[in-house]
Design a protein around this ligand. Structure first.
Ligand SMILES: *Cc1c(COP(=O)(O)O)cnc(C)c1O
Length: 494
């Protein structure tokens, strides 16, 4: 199977090349030339397998230049029992009639980013071998919290790689900060930036686009790559859990063969929900995808009006991993539905120069036949956490609460009774102050100490890596100026 760029269909490349490059030279994202189909019989076979083997069977359809044995070794390592605290890897929990939760946070960093970032290092290091790349790779990450830690865990001590993570000094939660600064491994470094997330991200982009630095690093045997969700190697592993959730519901007798279900997805960069769209196009019986946003509701407006407009206030919310105004992976959806590289390139140019674009009514019709959207502010999300805990004895995090609340609103307003799976993207113990606040407790201690407080209050155990965090010491305490990224990279790779 070939991959082409969303902005130029003449750019054609094998999957290993797409994963090694991350982004196409003209700025487009790599997409598969077609989506393989999984018919009812194949779906039935898939449902007889465990999570790891489901991953192998789905990924191999997209990665023809990887062998099945290779992928099996990757899946066994990525989703092993020392990394995930349940053999189900991504279990489905029933919360009531027609309402289910897909828990994607049983990995080493307690956020759904692990589902992809445990797999990406395997796909990437193999891709470098397949493409004959002799240099070693340094992964650069700008993070608003979850991606940095998940990437550090994924790449720690992976041969032939180093990883350097930049986070905004005052822009991540206490728990997220200590998770990163206490990171173990011989090939890792973490630095705080005296600025906000945008400063970190634009700094990293400048480093990537410097031809001078690229040459300098190449001379000493290094090149830079990214672990952000624009890489195909991060998106692909996410398709797996949509199939897996469907299989689990079928195996549990909750749905019938061929029955269509809905998914509600807490959305930021549009990677997670796009994987659901791809699963649906591959033949998974899905009726609707519900795109849930917090107060940063640029996507809700887009799905309602057809205009994407990022010129608007940016809000810091209690679901920070969804505080995003540019949802990069939307470009892949537009590419699939428009079928035109020129159209996508034009829209993306407009977004860059005007901060907005509108899609055609025909395109909007296609989008509307699959997606619904809604948003929920902080107060409403906290109310969801409290209500679900009191009524169902189920504790959810702030991001999951947005998707659950939007799902409830959608069901009420549309009358759609289709069984719905809400994706749960983080453990509630990652966002302790907000979750405690939702339950009516004050959280006036540092985040890591609140983990045991929340556990006592709710009777729910914290995931082990988080429970052990309170005693940990920070290993990386340096903070650097906004313009100090180049020197930091040089120093790390010298
Ligand atoms: C990254 C993240 C999201 C958003 O996922 P996208 O793929 O960026 O849409 C939602 N919740 C949590 C906890 C996350 O870490």
């Amino acid at each position: 199977m070939k991959y082409y760029s969303t902005r130029d269909r003449k750019v054609e490349i094998e999957s290993a090349g797409a994963i090694a490059m991350g982004l196409s030279r003209e700025g487009g994202l790599f997409v598969p030339e077609k989506l393989p189909k999984i018919g009812p019989e194949e779906l039935g076979r898939l449902c007889g397998l465990g999570y790891r083997e489901r991953a192998v069977q789905i990924m191999k359809l997209f990665l023809e230049d990887y062998s099945e044995e290779e992928l099996r070794a990757f899946a066994d390592a990525a989703y092993s029992s020392d990394k995930f605290d349940t053999d189900a890897v991504a279990p489905v929990v029933k919360l009531g009639e027609g309402r289910y939760i897909l828990e994607l946070w049983h990995g080493p960093t307690s956020a759904f980013k692990d589902m992809a970032l445990q797999m990406l290092p395997h796909l990437l290091t193999a891709a470098l071998k397949k493409t004959g790349e002799k240099k070693k790779v340094c992964i650069l990450v700008a993070t608003s919290g979850d991606t940095g830690k998940a990437a550090l865990e994924g790449f720690r001590d992976v041969e032939g790689t180093k990883i350097l993570v930049f986070y905004p000094r005052d822009g991540v939660s206490d728990v997220q900060k200590l998770q990163m600064t206490s990171q173990e491994g011989t090939n890792v470094r973490v630095a705080a930036i005296e600025g906000n997330f945008d400063d970190a991200q634009s700094g990293v982009k400048e480093v990537f686009s410097s031809a001078e630095l690229r040459e300098e690093l190449a001379a000493s045997g290094w090149f830079l790559s990214s672990a952000n969700s624009i890489n195909w190697g991060r998106l692909l592993p996410q398709i797996v859990y949509y199939f897996s959730a469907y299989c689990d519901l079928l195996n549990a007798g909750e749905i019938e063969e061929g029955e269509k279900i809905n998914f509600s997805v807490p959305t930021g960069n549009f990677g997670d929900i796009l994987a659901g769209f791809y699963a649906m196009q591959m033949g998974l019986p899905v009726s609707r995808l519900i795109c849930a946003s917090n107060k940063n509701d640029v996507l809700t407006d887009f799905f309602r009006t057809g205009e994407y407009n990022r010129v608007r206030p940016f809000y810091e919310t209690i679901s920070p991993s969804m505080d995003i105004l540019i949802s990069s992976n939307l470009e892949r959806l537009l590419s699939f539905l428009s079928g035109s590289g020129e159209t996508v390139a034009e829209l993306m140019d407009e977004l860059k120069s005007e901060g907005r674009y509108s899609v055609s009514p025909e395109l909007m019709k296609k989008i509307g036949s699959v997606f619904s959207a809604g948003s929920l502010d902080d107060e409403a999300s906290k109310a969801v956490i409290k209500r679900v805990f009191e009524e169902k004895d189920y504790l959810m995090d702030t991001h999951t609460a947005v998707a659950y609340g939007v799902m409830e609103k959608y069901r009420e307003e549309s009358g759609d009774k289709t069984k719905t799976v809400t994706l749960s993207t983080a453990s509630p113990f990652k966002f302790t102050p907000a979750v405690l606040d939702a339950l009516g407790e004050s959280g006036d201690k540092p985040g890591p100490e609140l983990i045991s407080v929340l556990s006592e209050k709710t009777g729910k155990p914290a995931p082990r890596p988080l429970a052990e965090l309170a005693g940990k010491k920070a290993r990386f305490t340096a903070s650097i100026k906004k313009d100090g990224l180049f020197d930091e990279v040089r120093d790390f790779l010298k």
